[in-house]
Design a protein around this ligand. Structure first.
Ligand code: SF4
Length: 274
């Protein structure tokens, strides 16, 4: 005979709530997640990835405004934890008044601070801009050195900033690992690493020599506009069929742009002449 009390008790016991899967976090410098030991791509596959980026955008450009090596250096220093649009807005007037270290020193820290006050960390950045200008005048005759070590000795200039200046202004095939490159390297598994320096070294190995100069820009633009942190836009991705990311959106057919870009390569064309 069924024990009525037990049946009632069982019926009253609430079912455990279905466990919600925690949302997958994109790799970031603070939280790289599980890092692969090596790239997910063969040399030929990595080559095709950069060939696609090249076909789609043969002459990629950075988005910071500058008029010479010095203003580029200052703009990159100001861009830490700020958007390029925000930096351009702030430097529009600043670079009209001060486009050399001498003029910046003459302007003085208080005035520089006023000009850039819309940018995060503006107090520290104003101090660094004036101090680095003084150091350029003292140690480099007011010129921006084409040398990593010398650049990294300047106040507010770290490895990433030095890499950007060396790449954009001096034409070295350096890879500056910012938040976008760090995420991409780990997310798609082309240059996995726990730290920005690990990713930089892995990316240097992955990028074919002939694409070294523009790789940095392609990757930043791809991370900023397509393979975004929260929701990658896989449908617009030119490397969709090559991508081995576990975060890739599953789509029935290869996105049209990826197919077209692959077709341009076969036909020996680029987006410019497509
Ligand atoms: S397919 Fe998606 S996840 Fe892969 S690189 Fe493109 S946007 Fe990023």
């Amino acid at each position: 005979m069924t024990d009525l009390k037990t049946t009632k008790r069982r019926a009253a016991t609430p079912k455990p709530a279905a466990q919600k899967k925690p949302a997958r976090k994109s790799p970031s410098v603070d939280n790289p997640g599980k890092v692969l030991k090596r790239s997910r791509y063969s040399k030929a596959e990595a080559y095709e990835i950069f060939q696609r980026f090249h076909a789609d955008n043969p002459e990629p450009e950075g988005e910071l405004d500058y008029v010479n090596a010095y203003t580029l250096l200052v703009a990159v220093v100001l861009s830490a934890q700020a958007t390029d649009v925000g930096v351009n807005r702030a430097t529009k007037t600043l670079f009209q008044i001060a486009d050399t270290p001498e003029k910046m020193v003459a302007l003085g820290e208080d005035r520089v601070r006023e000009e850039i006050r819309t940018i995060g960390l503006f107090k520290t950045k104003a101090k660094n801009v004036v101090r680095l200008s003084e150091q350029l005048i003292r140690d480099h005759r007011g010129e921006v050195p084409d040398d990593r070590e010398a650049l990294e000795e300047l106040p507010g200039v770290g490895r990433k900033t030095a890499n950007v200046v060396l790449n954009i202004y001096f034409g070295h095939p350096t890879i500056a690992v910012d938040t976008h490159l760090f995420r991409l390297g780990n997310r798609i598994g082309i240059a996995p690493g726990k730290t920005p320096l690990d990713v930089e070294k892995a990316m240097e190995k992955a990028v074919p020599a002939e694409y070294g100069l523009h790789a940095h820009h392609w990757l930043i633009l791809h991370g900023r506009y397509i393979c975004k942190a929260r929701k990658p836009e896989c449908k617009r991705c030119v490397i969709y069929d090559l991508c081995r990311s576990t975060e890739k959106e599953q789509i029935d057919a290869i996105p049209e742009l990826a197919e077209r870009v692959a077709g341009w390569i076969t036909a020996g064309k680029t987006r410019l002449d497509a």
